[in-house]
Design a protein around this ligand. Structure first.
Ligand code: CA
Length: 449
C-alpha cells in the first residue's frame, strides 16, 4: 500500500466518530438505506415473444460486501434492462436485521421484494422463525458467490497457534477466563447464519466448544473492529473486504479463510418473496438471466478492475477502490507468520468454480445449512428432524426456475445434472453426505444434538 492509500484506508478504518460513520457505510450499517436506480438505458435485449416480464420493477436489497457484486453488476452493466427489467432498484440495507424487516413488509410497504441473503435466512423467514412466527414464504433462486469470507483475529493473539488448525491454541483459548478474567470473544453481524457457522465449525474442529469455551456474539462490524483495536474483542467472522482491511491496517491477522476450511463452499444467495415470484414468473426468470450474465461477467479476470471501480463507488460500498482490489484478485495477506494466499480461485467466484456451478442453488447445500443449524441446537423447536429439513428445502429452493432461466438464456455451461453436489469434505476430514445428514451429525465431536 502506498502512504497515500494507507492514509486513506486509516481514515476509513479509524477511530473518530466521522470515520465510524464511514465504516458503518462500508459494512452494511449505513446511517440510512440508500437506493440506486438503473442508470443504464434499456438495450434492445433478448426478450423472446411471450417472455415479456409481467412487471419491469422490483426492489432488491443488498449488503455492501463482495457477495452483492452480481446484483450491482446486473444493474450497472445494464443486464437487468437487457432482459426487460428496466425498473430494478438495488437498495443498500442497514443490516441483516433491516433486510429481514424490509422483506417482511415487501416493496408495497416500503420495503424490499428480496435480494441478497445469508443462509438459511430465506428458510427461516419462510417458517416464521426469525419473524416472531410471521411466515414470509421465500424462494431461493440462485447462489450469488462462493468464498470471500474469513476469520480475523486481533493482533494481541499472534503467535498462539490460531491458524487453520486451531487445536494448538485450544489450551490458550480455554485458559482465557482464568488468565484474562473473561472468555475469548468472537463476533459476527447476524446470528445463526453463514458467518456464525464458519467460526463455530473452525473452533469445534480444533476441539474448542463455541458455546462453552468462548463467547460468541452479534456485534455491528464497526464496533467489532474497534473492539479488536482496543483489546475488548478477539475475533471476527466476516466477509471481504474486511479480512484484507484488518490485516493491512495492523488490527490483526487471519486465522483462516473459509476457502481453506471448505473449498468452493456455498456462501450467499439470491432469494425473493414467494408471492412476488408466483405473481411474476417471467420477470423472475428475467432477473435470473441478468444475474447469471453478471456472474459470468464478474468471473472474467479482465473485468475485475472494473468490478472494483463499480462496487467501490459512492452509490454502493463507498470505500477506496484499493481496499477491494486484493480480495477480488484472490490475494490475502494472512499475517501471524502464515504464507500469503495469492490465487484467483481463492477469492470470491460467482459463476463457475473447479467443482462446477457456483450460481446454481444446490438443494444439498440448503440441507447442510439446516443440518448445521440442528447441530448447534438453533431453532430446535422447529428443526426437529430431517423430514422437516427436507420439507423446508423442497418448499424454498427453486432450482427448477434457475434451470429454466439458464436453459432459455443459453447459459448451458454450468447446469448441473443433479440437485445435489454430492459428498462435501471439510478441511478436518469430516464429510457431509447430503443423502445421509444424520451420519454427518454423528461424526461430529462437538454438537448440541
Ligand atoms: Ca458472507
Amino acid at each position: 500500500m502506498s502512504n497515500f492509500s494507507r492514509r486513506k484506508f486509516l481514515a476509513t478504518a479509524g477511530v473518530s466518530a466521522a470515520s465510524s460513520l464511514l465504516l458503518k457505510g462500508c459494512l452494511g450499517n449505513p446511517p440510512s438505506a440508500t437506493v440506486s436506480t438503473a442508470p443504464v438505458a434499456a438495450a434492445p435485449g433478448p426478450v423472446a415473444a411471450g417472455d415479456t416480464p409481467e412487471t419491469t420493477t422490483v426492489k432488491l436489497g443488498y449488503l455492501p460486501i463482495v457477495e452483492a457484486s452480481p446484483l450491482i453488476v446486473a444493474q450497472e452493466k445494464g443486464f437487468f434492462a437487457k432482459y426487460g427489467m428496466t425498473g430494478v432498484e438495488v437498495a443498500k440495507q442497514a443490516s441483516w436485521a433491516a433486510a429481514r424487516d424490509n422483506v417482511t413488509i415487501g416493496s408495497a410497504g416500503g420495503g424490499i421484494d428480496g435480494g441478497q441473503w445469508q443462509m438459511p435466512m430465506p428458510h427461516l423467514l419462510s417458517e416464521g422463525i426469525i419473524t416472531d412466527g410471521n411466515k414470509v414464504p421465500m424462494y431461493v433462486l440462485a447462489m450469488l458467490n462462493t468464498q470471500g469470507n474469513g476469520i480475523a483475529i486481533a493482533g494481541a493473539h499472534a503467535g498462539k497457534g490460531l491458524g487453520l488448525d486451531v487445536s494448538g491454541a485450544a489450551d490458550y483459548i480455554k485458559g482465557f477466563s482464568a488468565n484474562q478474567g473473561r472468555k475469548f470473544k468472537a463476533a459476527f453481524t447476524f446470528p445463526n447464519a453463514n458467518q456464525d457457522f464458519w467460526i463455530r465449525y473452525w473452533f469445534a474442529a480444533g476441539g474448542i466448544d463455541p458455546d462453552q469455551d468462548i463467547e460468541l456474539l452479534t456485534v455491528p462490524a464497526a464496533e467489532t473492529v474497534q473492539g479488536m483495536r482496543n483489546g475488548t474483542m478477539d475475533a471476527f467472522s466476516t466477509g471481504d473486504p474486511w479480512p484484507y482491511r484488518i490485516v493491512t491496517d495492523d488490527i490483526g491477522f487471519l486465522g483462516a479463510l473459509t476457502q481453506e476450511m471448505w473449498a468452493f463452499h456455498p456462501e450467499e444467495y439470491l432469494a425473493l418473496r414467494a408471492d412476488w415470484v408466483d405473481a411474476h414468473p417471467k420477470a423472475t426468470k428475467a432477473l435470473l438471466k441478468a444475474v447469471m450474465e453478471a456472474q459470468q461477467w464478474a468471473d472474467k479476470p479482465e473485468n475485475r478492475a472494473e468490478l472494483v471501480q463499480i462496487t467501490a463507488g459512492r452509490n454502493y460500498f463507498n470505500i477506496p477502490p484499493e481496499v477491494l482490489k486484493a480480495p477480488f484478485d484472490g490475494n490475502y495477506k494472512m499475517g501471524d507468520g502464515k504464507a500469503d494466499i495469492n490465487s484467483f480461485d481463492a477469492g470470491p467466484l460467482y459463476w463457475k468454480d473447479p467443482k462446477g456451478s457456483v450460481s446454481y442453488p444446490y438443494k444439498s447445500h440448503d440441507t447442510w445449512f439446516l443440518t448445521e443449524s440442528m447441530r448447534w441446537g438453533f431453532h430446535k423447536d422447529q428443526l426437529t428432524d430431517f423430514d422437516t429439513v427436507k420439507r423446508i428445502v423442497d418448499a424454498v429452493n427453486r432450482e427448477d426456475l434457475w434451470r429454466e432461466a439458464a436453459t432459455e438464456a443459453g447459459f448451458t455451461d454450468a447446469i448441473p445434472k443433479d440437485t445435489s453436489r454430492g459428498i462435501e469434505t471439510f478441511f478436518d476430514g469430516i464429510k457431509f453426505d447430503p443423502a445421509n445428514p444424520e451420519a454427518y451429525l454423528n461424526s461430529l465431536q462437538i454438537k448440541r444434538v
